[in-house]
Design a protein around this ligand. Structure first.
Ligand code: ATP
Ligand code: LTN
Length: 326
């Protein structure tokens, strides 16, 4: 059976973008693949985190995974920091990755520009991500398009390592939504909708109330020509709403355009709000039922057992190939 793996950072309540770009893809594929889903808390600390808030977010993210229909019977679910092999493997990969390659990563360039006291971890972040992926010999990595470059780096690192030390890793591929969807900020639709965004009005979070969702969508920035047409360059706001509708209704962009061709912007926004509310209220109902259940710990206990056993084998193999230890 082919394998898929992805992780999300517990850096705040996840957004509609995270759901469409990563989680929904995992749900869609969980019946066909051996699936691994983890909470990337080690990645979260590459930027400053409040320990109390981070701790809370880890458990909340697990409950959100389950509320979004991630099935614990079909996924190995675990917390990254509970598997210490990831960081050990990451170090060995770091020593086989060039500094120049890391400084060329778009996310590093963006985030380091925003904070002049950025950490060394922000630079080596993609190598830890490569370790997460390569440890399990996965075939596909479902991510939003913004993470594609990191998965490609993981491929390069694997190819290079295999060349140097002999066959050690499977070469993974990114799995991007059919339309390569990147959900954009509702207020500034040329910017990615992001958990850490400062303006809350541009971001829909999985746990937002119905009123918040409706008001954010009705106030979303659009152009003034009143045509429901997909054109990212000239109509980024409307194109973003089309993307959201098409992803949630699971119909193509073309069909979405056709369905709403006679609608005004206000009517179309209402239809988008309706489908987002329907999806998220359903998720929230499940979330509230499981957030305090003991089942959460059992799932993590099972997941880490499976993940650690596999990771240990890869770690031992790498050590042997690199000539480490006694
Ligand atoms: P942060 O603001 O903390 O950088 P983020 O919102 O970018 O967070 P991540 O935890 O980095 O979220 O991403 C989790 C997953 O969600 C990744 O696979 C990423 O590609 C995907 N993703 C994030 N934002 C979007 C978006 N706006 N549209 C589609 N996919 C997204
Ligand atoms: N960097 C990713 C989270 C992440 C990930 C991974 C995704 C960490 N390790 C391995 C896929 C595979 C992010 O910020 N979205």
């Amino acid at each position: 059976m082919k394998k898929i793996l992805t992780g999300l950072q517990p850096t705040g309540t996840i957004t509609l973008g995270n759901y469409i770009g990563a989680i929904k893809q995992m749900v869609k594929n969980q019946n066909e693949y051996d699936s691994y889903l983890f909470i990337a808390d080690m990645h979260a600390i590459t930027v400053k985190q409040d320990p109390i808030v981070l701790h809370e977010n880890i458990k909340n993210l697990l409950a959100i995974y389950l509320a979004c229909d991630i099935d614990p019977q079909k996924n190995t679910i675990f917390i990254q920091s509970e598997n210490e092999y990831h960081t050990n493997i990451s170090w060995m990969l770091e020593c086989n990755t060039s500094y120049g390659e890391l400084t060329r990563m778009t996310q590093f360039k963006d985030k380091s520009r925003k904070n002049e006291k950025f950490t060394a971890g922000l630079l080596t972040y993609p190598v830890l991500m490569a370790a997460d992926i390569l440890t399990y010999d996965v075939d596909y990595v479902p991510v939003g398009i913004d993470q594609k470059q990191h998965v490609e780096l993981a491929r390069d690192i694997a190819i290079n390592f295999n060349k140097t030390y002999g066959n050690t890793f499977k070469i993974p591929e990114p799995l991007i939504t059919e339309t390569g969807t990147k959900i954009m900020d509702l207020i500034n639709p040329t910017k990615k909708m992001s958990k850490s965004s400062e303006n809350q009005n541009g971001v829909i979070r999985i746990l937002d109330s119905e009123e918040e969702i409706r008001s954010k969508i009705m106030r979303a920035t659009t152009d003034s020509d009143n045509q429901i047409k997909f054109d990212i360059e000239n109509k980024p706001g409307i194109s973003n709403l089309i993307n959201i509708y098409s992803a949630l209704a699971e119909i193509s962009i073309k069909d979405t355009e056709q369905k709403f061709s006679n609608y005004s912007y206000a009517e179309f926004k209402k239809a988008v709000a309706d489908i987002v509310v329907e999806k998220l209220m359903n998720i929230q109902e499940k979330y509230n039922k499981i957030i305090n259940s003991k089942e959460l710990d059992d799932i993590l206990d099972n997941g880490i057992k499976v993940a650690k056993k596999e990771a240990k084998e890869k770690y031992e193999l790498m050590k042997e190939k690199m000539g480490l230890g006694r």
